[in-house]
Design a protein around this ligand. Structure first.
Ligand SMILES: [Zn+2]
Length: 274
């Protein structure tokens, strides 16, 4: 039994990750082109035809592409999403997305040997009413191996932390640097939304959440890999995101986490946790 994870792309130009065991291969979001997803999966030895399922966090276009949905439907690959996410997408794409499977909030479901728990995160605007984070777990010899995944959230609440504790791999949004956002030339309303409780997460807030998740985990050594996701190209950069996080982790005596910065349209190293 093995549990593997790879981010194919993360950022406002497209989000897509994949998690796989010997029995199941699950795509998380599909906000890139068919060509990009097919090519990058193929480099990992995965064919789009052999996907077991896709789960969708929310309805923003950088997380779902209607043409990828069509390809998945054509290959009879189920797409799991919450009914509110479905409604957000239905308003925009109508019947193009009608064959999706409904998932319930906070109810763990199982695809082959992967347990998936969806939970609410704080991210909405005029197009999107509901966004989800997920945990993906597998149990081997009574031990649970877990991947925590939140790519878009304006704030971190106790409920989110509770869901993410004991993760071995954590994917967490680290969207903006506070000073860069403040001085950015983008529209005031957009900046206000980004920094609101329903927008995106700052580098500092992401780092504070990593510290909390590690502190509350049963075994503090569990969390080995952290991917800083959805790094904005307008008000952040890889160096600032990594430096800010490292500084906060070091201040809290944490030095044994491998930290990765995700990029738009650039595949991250894949991780095998068991
Ligand atoms: Zn979004």
């Amino acid at each position: 039994m093995s549990l593997n994870f790879c981010i194919l792309s993360s950022g406002s130009s497209g989000n897509c990750s994949v998690i796989w065991t010997e029995k199941a291969t699950i795509l998380i979001d599909c906000g890139c082109s068919i060509k990009y997803i097919t090519k990058n999966l193929s480099n990992l030895g995965i064919s789009t035809k052999n996907l077991t399922a896709t789960v969708i966090t929310h309805g923003h276009t950088d997380h779902m592409s209607p043409s990828v949905f069509s390809l998945l439907f054509k290959n009879n690959i189920p797409i799991y999403l919450h009914k509110d996410v479905f409604e957000d997408l239905f308003r925009k794409y109508g019947k193009k997305i009608e064959k999706c499977t409904n998932i319930l909030f906070n109810k763990t479901f199982k695809i082959e040997n992967i347990y998936i728990k969806p939970f609410y995160v704080h991210h909405k605007d005029q197009y999107v009413t509901r966004t989800f984070g997920f945990t993906f777990s597998s149990i081997v010899n009574t031990k649970e191996y877990k991947i925590g995944y939140i790519t878009d959230t304006g704030k971190i609440c106790n409920e989110i932390i509770k869901n993410l504790v004991n993760s071995n791999i954590l994917i967490i949004e680290s969207n903006y640097d506070e000073a860069m956002l403040e001085s950015s030339l983008r529209f005031h309303d957009n900046k206000k939304w980004v920094s609101s409780d329903w927008g995106h997460l700052s580098n500092e807030s992401a780092a504070d959440a990593i510290v909390k998740i590690r502190q509350l985990s049963n075994n503090k050594e569990n969390l080995k890999y952290v991917f800083l996701a959805h790094i904005s190209k307008h008000h952040n950069n890889v160096k600032i995101a990594i430096d800010t996080t490292k500084k906060i982790l070091t201040k809290n005596g944490i030095s044994n986490i491998s930290l990765f910065a995700t990029k738009n349209k650039k595949r991250c190293p894949s991780i095998k946790i068991i």
